[in-house]
Design a protein around this ligand. Structure first.
Ligand SMILES: Cc1cc2nc3c(=O)[nH]c(=O)nc-3n(C[C@H](O)[C@H](O)[C@H](O)COP(=O)(O)OP(=O)(O)OC[C@H]3O[C@@H](n4cnc5c(N)ncnc54)[C@H](O)[C@@H]3O)c2cc1C
Length: 272
C-alpha cells in the first residue's frame, strides 16, 4: 500500500444518531483500502492560522457512487474543533487528505470463527472487515457497545454483516445493559472464537485482549492513540509493545499500527 495525498470532494454529509456520516471521493485512496486503515484529513482553512494537525479517521466503508467511482464513508463523533469543522462543511467542499494509512487487520488463512468487538464510532472498520471474513468462509459474530442507542454505530447493518450480533449499552436503551468488558468472555465462549478483532477506547481493548488470551484466541486490536503527523515522521504516537523476539520496545501507532496483536501491547503503559 502506498498512501496518496489527495484533494477529496465531499459528496454527502448527514447526521445519523449521534454521529455525522461523510461520503468523500478521493482518487487513489479508496482503491487501496483495506479494513483497519485510516485517512488523515486536514481541517481548518488553508493558508491561515486556523489550520490544525490533520485528524485521523477510520475508513468505514468504500462504496461506488454513480459517476464518481469509489467513495470513502467516514464517521465523525463531533467533540472538538477538527471534527466540528468537518461536520460543518457543505456538500461539494474540497478536503485535503492522506491515505490509506497504517497497517490493516490481518485476515486468517483458514475459515475460522471470528468475533469482532467495537465500541461507538470506533466500530467503523469492523463492518468491512466482517465482509472480508465472510468472503473467506469465516463465521462472524459481532459484539457492539455504546453508552446509548444514539452512539451505537450501524446496528441494523450489523445484522446483515454477521451470523450473530450482541449489543450492549451502558443505559440499557438497546440490547443488554452493561459494558463490553462484562459481556465479551461469554460471547467468545458461545462463538467458539479462534480470532478476536477489536476497535475502541484503550480500557475496552485491554479487557478484550485479556479475555481473548484467557479464551485461547488470537486477538488484534485497532488502537486510537492520538496522532500528530500520522505518517511516522514525528514519533508522536508511541505504543509500548513486546516484539516477536520477546524484547520490550516502543513503536509508532500510525505506521507500525494502528492494528496490533492484543497480546503484544503493554496495555498498562499505553498513554502514560
Ligand atoms: C487511527 C485513528 C482513527 C480514528 N478514527 C476516528 C473516526 O473514525 N471518527 C472519529 O470521530 N474520531 C476518530 N479518531 C479520533 C479523532 O481523530 C480524534 O479524537 C481527534 O483529535 C478529533 O479532533 P477534534 O479536533 O474534533 O477534537 P480534539 O480537540 O483533538 O479532541 C477532543 C478531545 O478528545 C481527546 N482525544 C483526542 N484524540 C483522542 C484519541 N485518539 N483517543 C481518546 N481521546 C482523544 C482530546 O484529548 C480532547 O479531550 C481516530 C483516531 C485515530 C488515532
Amino acid at each position: 500500500m502506498s498512501p496518496v495525498h489527495a484533494t477529496g470532494e465531499l459528496l454527502a454529509s448527514r447526521k445519523v444518531g449521534a454521529y455525522h456520516h461523510l461520503s468523500v471521493v478521493a482518487r487513489g485512496v479508496a482503491e487501496q483500502f483495506r479494513p483497519g486503515t485510516f485517512v488523515a484529513v486536514a481541517v481548518g482553512t488553508p493558508g491561515t492560522s486556523a489550520v490544525l494537525a490533520p485528524r485521523p479517521l477510520w475508513i468505514h466503508r468504500v462504496r461506488p457512487v454513480g459517476g464518481y467511482g469509489l467513495a470513502l464513508q467516514l464517521v465523525l463523533d463531533v467533540r472538538g474543533p477538527g471534527t466540528r469543522w468537518l461536520a460543518e462543511q457543505p456538500v461539494g467542499a474540497r478536503l485535503a487528505l492522506t491515505g490509506p494509512l497504517g497497517r490493516p487487520f490481518a485476515l486468517p488463512k483458514e475459515p475460522v470463527a471470528c468475533v469482532l468487538v467495537g465500541e461507538g464510532y470506533s466500530a467503523a472498520p469492523l463492518f468491512p472487515l466482517a465482509d472480508r471474513l465472510r468472503e473467506r468462509g469465516c463465521a462472524v459474530t459481532l459484539l457492539l457497545g455504546a453508552p446509548d442507542e444514539a452512539h451505537l454505530l450501524s446496528a441494523l447493518e450489523a445484522r446483515r454483516s454477521a451470523r450473530a450480533v450482541t449489543v450492549v449499552t451502558r443505559d440499557g436503551s438497546v440490547g443488554q445493559r452493561g459494558e463490553i468488558a462484562g459481556a465479551v468472555a461469554e460471547v467468545l465462549r458461545r462463538a467458539e472464537a479462534a480470532v478476536v478483532y477489536a476497535a475502541g477506547p484503550e480500557p475496552m481493548l485491554h479487557a478484550v485482549a485479556a479475555a481473548a488470551e484467557a479464551h485461547g484466541a488470537w486477538s488484534q486490536c485497532a488502537v486510537e492513540q492520538p496522532l500528530a503527523c500520522a505518517t511516522g515522521l514525528c514519533h508522536g504516537c508511541p505504543v509500548p509493545v513486546v516484539g516477536e523476539d520477546g524484547v520490550a520496545r516502543t513503536v509508532r501507532a500510525c505506521v507500525d499500527g494502528p492494528v496490533f496483536r492484543g497480546d503484544r501491547v503493554r496495555w498498562e503503559e499505553l498513554g502514560r
